[in-house]
Design a protein around this ligand. Sequence first.
Ligand code: NDP
Ligand code: 2IT
Length: 452
Amino acid sequence: MAVSDHVDLPTFIDGVKKRNPGQPEFVQAVQEVAEDIYDFIADKEEYHKYQILRRIAEPDRVISFRVCWEDDSGNIRVQRGWRVQNNNSIGPYKGGIRFHPSVTESVLKFLAFEQTFKNALTGLPMGGGKGGSNFNPKGKSPNEVMRFCQSFMNELYRHIGADVDVPAGDIGVGGREIGFMFGQYKRLTNEFTGVLTGKGLEYGGSLIRTEATGYGAVYFLLEMLKNKGQDLVGKTAVISGSGNVATHAAEKINQLGGKVLTLSDSEGFIYDPEGISQDKVNWVKDLKNKKRGRISEYVKEFKGSEFHGGGARPWGVTCDVAVPCATQNELNGDEARLLVKNGCMAVSEGANMPTTLEGVHVFKDAKILYAPGKAANAGGVAVSGLEMSQNSARISWKEEELQRLLVDIMQGIHSRCVEYGTQSDGHIDYVKGANIAGFKKVADAMLAYGVV
Ligand code: NDP
Ligand code: 2IT
């Protein structure tokens, strides 16, 4: 037997740190998963022998490339693009593309790693991948965004395909950008295939894909509450972000009788004590998607609301439930303690890894209902998986059918978390449940393949 088979958890994490210098987000994501998986595989010799966790934490490949484009003033601009193909044991690589100045290889590796478990949890045949660029779409003209997307695809198209790797949107990449990228892929390859998801309805997109992540995160929240004999009626919610996931989470909370108090962006948060009702959510969607404006503009439109600037985050606002929907590490240990102290009973993560490792431990120790992103925000990629199925069959399903499937998938993920995360005192550790259920499916496929 090889000597490295049974390294303990600290030694394993040390190794991950040494092999991935300067990649704190990636190390953080691996550590959070490894803490649970080490318990689970303690008595499972095969997973050790075949180094399954070590292998999942080593991407199949990381593709890095130059993206040149010309801005409206004729300057040549150079950005870096990536696609991280983490693991395709249970299906083609699948995961979004992020355009944001904070994008680094570490960020995309953590996202591709998380995506591997998330996609397994959906029950659909999708492996894990993620891509993106440090391109900042803010303040760019539509033509500049189009030229960037086309240049990005000029390299990416070699590495993707309907049965190989199927990207979608993420931060900074919505329907407009997917349209530009799909158009360029089609032009380069002369093929019309389901190579991207999140497409427009006119060219192979699926109904409810736009809504699916935010809706799904609230369905998951509702499942956790139902398990305690509760629902969302009359409950106050604090939400961060004001993009695709945040606005659709707010919409669903309103539909289910809750009251949304906050939304945010990187400049600060707005607090509306009257509640951000559906007409206000529609106004924010318009602000973000059409006017490409900032959330601070909300207070000019809706009297009685407040804007807290300087990058302030909303976690100090007293609430029953919290739904972080902006970005990674936007909720730290102190903020987690504040939420718990103020009586927050449930947290459902619409964003990926929004809570720091310390914050995760605070929620776990306080035994509140806490759903990690890989479980709670899987509704988006799940409907992407349904878009792939519709594209392969060249049909479009009806909205009611897709709505039913989304609810069904979120309930299925909840059940899997309960199965693997229920503790001896009856408390459900959703982080543990999600990590183990996601890991087991990918790990068992890897065992079937032998050493590859
Ligand atoms: P959008 O681009 O639509 O919105 C992102 C929002 O988050 C904006 O309000 C943005 O504010 C804010 N934000 C982004 N980066 C930062 C930052 N560094 N600090 C503070 N605020 C920030 O993205 P989505 O709504 O699609 O994505 C939000 C989260 O949900 C991400 O974590 C993403 O990975 C996750 N997710 C998305 C899915 C999808 O289907 N779209 C699926 C599953 C998860 P600003 O404009 O100031 O940057
Ligand atoms: O983080 C995610 O799950 C996404 N950004 C969606 C990925 C997808 O392929 O739909």
